[in-house]
Design a protein around this ligand. Structure first.
Ligand SMILES: Cc1ncc(C[n+]2csc(CCOP(=O)(O)OP(=O)(O)O)c2C)c(N)n1
Length: 275
């Protein structure tokens, strides 16, 4: 299966979003799923352009509203594999409440957040994960607030699969493959340096280390909470090592599986039901 499109890319040359796209394609094309068994949803921003480059059904939704659209799709047809794509502005600013409740609901879909620690499409304003001191034309005196740690937030909110990877083809492919096997809400953050507005974060590439290779036990909540503390999104210039991989994975009740009427739906979802 080939899920490429002929749409000309408008990402900046060399943008790590190209790596994310390549990793997503590899994972989905080799998933054994048919094109009409998968649905993609995007927010608004540079990340959202991925919608144009994947030949899959879906919705290019509103800024910050990826989770309710994914959740709605899952309610309409629980047989679909649903993947949502957001930016950090999308997921942690405008749409933060949806992100939290998605973790709590544990509906079986995959949320992929391209975190470049700025609002890139609108030319680099700070988001909730931008480091203290970052300056742009809207914040000439520099950011004064400590960044949010989204991994910690997702763990605290009850997510059953919490991962972070760097925008590297292999890492993205591997984590999506694992997420496709998981039953429940999967939160995947991808560290995606923005070469234009936040190029310092490119150094993350040399600071990451693999949680699974280091013996981290992903079913251990306390161990995950401890690992999360190692990188706080503020020390982007220090040599602090950044753990990547699956922080936490457990089986919890899945929202849609608790409704018998949803279990009866065939491949067409509600569309296949005679009323
Ligand atoms: C409701 C709403 N608010 C604000 C905007 C303006 N807007 C468009 S893209 C964008 C930034 C997106 O940043 P992020 O989600 O981090 O994605 P990135 O561009 O960095 O991939 C904003 C604020 C919008 N389109 N809709």
């Amino acid at each position: 299966m080939n899920i490429s499109t002929n749409v000309k890319s408008t990402w900046c040359p060399g943008c790590p979003n190209f790596m994310i796209l390549a990793g997503v394609k590899k994972a989905l094309e080799n998933s054994g799923k048919k094109q009409n068994e998968m649905v993609i949803v995007s927010g608004i921003g540079c990340h959202a352009k991925i919608f144009d480059y994947l030949n899959l059904p879906g919705l290019n939704s509103l800024h910050g509203r990826v989770p309710p659209v994914c959740f709605g799709l899952k309610m309409g047809n629980p047989n679909l594999s649903v993947l949502g794509f957001s930016g950090d502005g999308d997921a942690y600013a405008e749409g933060l409440e949806h992100t939290i409740h998605s973790a709590r609901y544990n509906s079986n879909w995959i949320y992929i957040v391209h975190n470049n620690q700025v609002f890139s499409l609108t030319t680099g304003q700070p988001t909730p994960t931008t480091e203290i001191g970052y300056k742009d034309k809207t914040t000439p005196l520099g950011v004064k607030t400590f960044p949010l740690n989204p991994i910690k937030l997702m763990l605290a909110s009850g997510a059953s699969f919490v991962a972070r990877v760097f925008a590297d083809i292999q890492q993205v492919e591997n984590v999506i493959k694992e997420a496709l096997k998981h039953k429940g809400f999967c939160f995947i953050e991808i560290l995606q340096p923005c070469l234009i507005f936040h190029p310092e974060t490119l150094k993350y590439k040399n600071k990451i280390y693999d949680l699974q290779k280091s013996g981290h036990k992903k079913q251990d909540f306390q161990a995950a909470m401890k690992k999360v503390e190692e990188f706080d999104y503020n020390e982007i210039k220090s040599d602090t090592k950044i753990p990547v991989g699956i922080f936490y994975q457990v089986q919890k009740p899945i929202f849609e599986e608790q409704f018998p009427q949803l279990q009866k739906l065939g491949p067409l979802g509600w569309k296949g039901i005679k009323r």
